[in-house]
Design a protein around this ligand. Structure first.
Ligand code: NAD
Length: 478
């Protein structure tokens, strides 16, 4: 099939892999092959670094305003083509049209936000207390960055890294997920037209992720590795980064609690849970994974939420009116199916869904499980699918301890009408982000990221730029 950009993008030109290898990209809605994509080798990875190295001095020396204006044009061009981008996201990832458009808008906003941040250069002049010598502090581009992204947001996980890197003055090599490399490749003509010079952004799809990323991290030209994906792979990259003391930015897994207090508005908490659970089909690191509802309101809450879940339409994400597309691949679908069977075997009740449909397509229906025991696998692992696992609780101290009883610390959600209590409980939650009476925390203007095994560093906001900068201090006498 033609019509897809499916080669490596290095130094502003398209080329096949050095050994001619390719891999398949599939449409998860019907299991057909969309296209074959060049599979980058270690030799290609080195060509990417050569390209980035050649581009570094010029890009780093451009004025902040100039870099900002390139990003602003990228935002505008991205929006002009947003329908095509959203369609491509659905084709390779499966997510429904509204989810794909939601992602595309979010993805494009990183260009706008970092176009604006590019010119907010931070620094200061201080005086040494003992001598009165000048302490001059400013930020410099960190250097070449390697970016590695997952399949669940084929556009946004890339733009959330590319935009701040470019704003800071860093050239990048991005390795998109093998399930969904097409969206990132389709972004390249937009960046070219926006004025990004050859070599500043290079895209290296590859089936041999470990080999190509490992080779780049072993090269002393690389100064930053920014990774989004599983904690397991993140740990490996942290080990690899240690050898060359490369700056790591890690956005890893999550296991988000969603707490509904006794005094919460049932309607708004159920609406918030629809977003926190079903946005992106549950295939999100921010997805509500453990849902704790106060026992006094458990029944009406479950009724209200199940009613909303039952109204969702499942089907090919390209069709109008579809809310729930297929999961990305058979492995993810089978894992979701396992979580449901396991929970039921351990005593959970199925209020909705819970039956895996026959193919083609990796579909799984919206599912509501109640009375899920703490021992169920879905409580202890990321579900990454449209399954809501509900548990009840009695007292608030107990629920905070249960919510914190995980190695992850990305995001927690809390619903209460009492804001003083909401603030107090938010502070006790050991998570990098809290949705307090909100089911959505992601915002380009806010620092996204986790604590504990959920990662290091932040993306978005002012903080996102700092991941691609180095602080320099100049001691001077005037
Ligand atoms: P993954 O860790 O399997 O893969 C992520 C990326 O790493 C892909 O590009 C993959 O090809 C690459 N990769 C795999 N093995 C590698 C290796 N040995 N060396 C170098 N690169 C390697 O994750 P996934 O299945 O694509 O995505 C799902 C995971 O991502 C979930 O755990 C989810 O929570 C997490 N995630 C986190 C965030 C966040 O911001 N915290 C956002 C989205 C997804």
């Amino acid at each position: 099939m033609t019509g897809f950009l499916n080669k490596l993008y290095i130094s502003g030109s398209w080329r096949g892999a050095s050994d001619g290898a390719t891999f398949e990209v599939m449409n998860p809605a019907d299991e057909t092959v969309l296209t074959r994509v060049a599979s980058g080798t270690v030799e290609d990875a080195m060509a990417c670094l050569d390209a980035a190295e050649s581009a570094l001095a010029d890009w780093a020396a451009r004025s902040p305003r100039e870099r900002g204006e390139v990003l602003r044009r990228a935002f505008e061009l991205f929006n002009d083509r947003i329908e095509d981008i959203a369609r491509l996201i659905t084709l390779e990832n499966g997510k429904a049209g509204a989810d794909a458009m939601g992602e595309a808008k979010y993805a494009g906003e990183f260009f706008r936000w970092y176009a604006e941040e590019a010119v907010r250069a931070e620094g200061y002049l201080g005086l040494a207390p003992a001598t009165g010598a000048r302490i001059l502090v400013h930020q410099k581009p960190a250097g070449i960055a390697v970016l590695v992204t997952p399949w669940n947001y084929p556009a946004a996980m890339g733009t959330r890294k590319i935009a701040p890197a470019l704003a800071a003055g860093c050239p990048v090599v991005i390795k998109p997920a093998s399930e969904t490399p097409l969206t990132m490749l389709a972004l390249m003509p937009i960046l070219e037209e926006a004025g990004v010079p050859p070599g500043v952004v290079n895209v290296l799809p590859s089936r041999s992720s470990g080999a190509v990323v490992g080779a780049m991290l072993a090269d002393s030209r690389v100064r930053v590795v920014s990774f989004t994906g599983s904690t397991e792979v993140g740990r490996k990259l942290l080990h690899a980064a240690a050898d060359n003391v490369v700056n790591p930015a890690m956005e890893l897994g999550g296991n988000a609690p969603f707490i509904v207090c006794k005094d919460a508005s049932i309607e708004s908490a159920a609406e918030g849970l629809m977003v926190a659970k079903m946005r992106n089909l549950g295939e999100a690191c921010t997805a509500a994974n453990r849902i704790y509802v106060h026992e006094d309101i458990e029944k009406p809450f479950i009724e209200c939420f199940t009613h909303k879940m039952a109204a969702l339409k499942m089907g090919n994400g390209l069709e109008d009116g579809v809310d729930v597309g297929p999961l990305v691949n058979a492995e993810t679908r089978d894992k979701v199916d396992h979580f449901v069977r396991d929970a039921v075997e351990k005593g959970a009740e199925v209020y909705l869904g819970g039956v895996r449909p026959n193919g083609p397509g990796f579909f799984y229906p919206p599912t509501v499980l109640v009375n899920v025991p703490d021992t169920a696998d879905c409580i202890n692992d990321e579900i990454f699918g449209p399954v809501a696992a509900i548990q009840k609780f009695r007292d608030e101290d107990e629920i905070i301890a249960r919510a914190n009883a995980t190695e992850y610390g990305l995001v927690a959600y809390l619903y209460t009408r009492d804001m003083a209590r909401g603030m107090k409980l938010s502070e006790q939650l050991e998570f990098g982000m809290i949705g307090l009476n909100r089911g959505l925390v992601s915002d380009p203007a806010a620092p996204f990221g986790g604590v504990k095994q959920s990662g290091l560093g932040r993306e978005g906001g002012k903080e996102g730029l700092r991941e691609f900068q180095e602080t320099q201090y100049i001691a001077t006498e005037w």
